[in-house]
Ligand binder design. Structure first.
Ligand code: CMX
Length: 437
């Protein structure tokens, strides 16, 4: 058993009696109540999911296993000379709650490396897609294609004990996590380099550096990849992608079905696709200005025009956060260090001074501050990833770290099939004490 899997198993054994006791002895304790507007309004804020992998505070932002993003960057081991940690180290942290040592990392890296082989039929399926297809549709299908590799399905058919579900789920999850960056880079080369840039993985490189290598990008893109995958990894369990992954897996659908579904949820413009929408919107502003630097008044007008035409300002607002997203701030700090004079970065910075006031005046958004997507495309653009349709694929690779870790734990703790209850409008009217006309 690998060091990661052994530590995970020890943690599972520690956690199981706690969850079992809560459920058995305190199952009737009330932790929330539900209002009509929550039922109509997308179940906002209802406390009905449990995860120990991350927690999102509305004012502070995300913590992974109790650590803020700056703490994660500081504490996790890094490759020699790198600014950002191993992505594989974050996977270790998310699964076990522990910071791996450099020694443990050596083993984890070898394990990830050994799982990188991708069956040829995956490339064939990707190649068969028309070149106008959206990369998220291709990614979802490519992950789905791998479903026949699921070890969980084989074990399930053999009739394994429920207590052992986590084991083959962990194997499936780690196999897929090791492969997803390769699939992403292959899709990029197929769509935007006419299939010419494809490279085989370099076993001497960690996940981030190998992704940069396969994308054909020089340093510091390896660090960009590490930063990017780490900041997108998890945002507790209620967001569309994480929740979809969890929901599908709750039917004991395997990791491949669940991850493909989470990718489909991430592909919506109110969620992960917002990162490509931000770039489209920024380029629209630049074009409208004839590529001159816009004045503050011109920026305000552009923001108002977007709102008045009934569209949202992409990259701003959030269902939970009520302050600037720390994932935005991490990227801003990166830009200040590596690309302070970049025109697009400066535009994003100036919009930060304009958009929140306009959104406040507009009076609808509960949170006028930027989220992760307001900044992520700008960094990619700077490193010549100009094909903004691709940005959500990057988000997906990162998000898989959290979703997969959660599903392993769902299986380990025996979380039930998800099945909330719906009501009719008439029932809501009755609850509200109003008559049907
Ligand atoms: N621009 C304009 N209007 C906005 C807005 C924005 N950026 N953010 C919220 N609103 C509007 C909502 O559309 C809603 O309008 P209606 O009452 O007409 O339906 C109203 O303000 C209240 O919404 P809210 O409670 O503040 O926000 P929600 O929880 O409903 O939605 C989100 C959250 C992210 C979908 C929304 O802020 C939004 O559409 N933002 C722009 C898209 C975006 O950046 N998405 C990425 C989020 C991060 C991620 O998941 O990747």
């Amino acid at each position: 058993m690998s060091v990661l899997k052994r530590r995970l198993y020890e943690k599972i054994q520690e956690q199981r009696p706690i969850t079992a006791r809560l459920n058995k002895e305190f199952g009737e304790v009330v932790i929330d109540q539900v209002t009509i507007s929550q039922v109509i309004g997308g179940m906002r804020d209802i406390k009905c999911l449990v995860t120990d992998i991350s927690y999102l505070d509305p004012l502070e932002g995300i913590r992974y296993r109790g650590y803020t993003l700056p703490e994660v960057f500081e504490k996790l081991p890094k490759p020699a000379g790198a600014e950002f940690p191993y992505v594989e180290a974050l996977y270790y942290l998310l699964l076990t709650g522990e910071i791996p040592t450099q020694e443990e990392m050596k083993e984890v890296l070898i394990d990830f490396n050994n799982r990188r082989t991708i069956p040829h039929y995956v490339w064939d399926v990707i190649d068969a897609f028309p070149s106008e297809s959206h990369p998220m549709a291709i990614l979802s299908a490519a992950v789905m294609t791998l479903q026949r590799e699921s070890l969980f399905n084989i074990r399930y058919r053999e009739g394994i004990n429920k207590n052992d579900y986590w084991d083959s789920t962990y194997e499936d999850a780690t196999n897929l996590m090791a492969k997803m960056p390769l699939i992403g880079a292959y899709i990029y080369n197929k769509l935007y380099n006419k299939g010419k840039g494809h490279r085989f993985p370099d076993p001497s490189l960690d996940l981030g550096a190998n992704f940069a290598y396969m994308m054909g990008k020089a340093k510091p893109y390896d660090d960009v990849a590490r930063m990017y995958f780490i900041i997108h990894a998890d945002h507790e369990s209620g967001n569309v992608s994480a929740h979809t992954g969890h929901l599908v897996a709750s039917a004991l659908s395997d990791i491949y079905y669940a991850t493909s579904a989470m990718i489909n949820g991430l592909a919506g413009p109110l969620h992960g696709l917002a990162n490509q929408e931000v770039l489209r919107w920024l380029q629209g502003l630049r074009e409208q200005m004839g590529f001159k630097v816009p004045s503050t008044e011109e920026m305000k007008k552009y923001v108002w025009d977007t709102l008045n035409s009934g569209q949202v300002i992409p990259g701003y607002g959030h269902a939970v956060l009520r302050k600037t997203d720390p994932r935005y701030s991490v990227q801003r700090d990166f830009c200040l260090k590596y690309m302070p004079d970049d025109e697009l970065f400066q535009l994003v910075s100036r919009l930060y001074e304009v958009v929140p006031d306009v959104l406040r005046e507009h009076g609808k958004a509960k949170n006028p501050w930027p989220n992760v997507d307001a900044h992520s495309g700008v960094v990619q653009w700077y490193y010549d990833v100009h094909e903004y349709d691709f940005y959500t694929v990057l988000f997906s690779i990162g998000r898989a770290l959290g979703v997969l870790s959660n599903i392993v734990w769902d299986r380990a703790l025996g979380y039930s099939l998800e099945r909330p209850k719906s009501v009719t409008t008439e029932m809501l009217m009755k609850s509200a004490g109003i008559e049907k006309k």
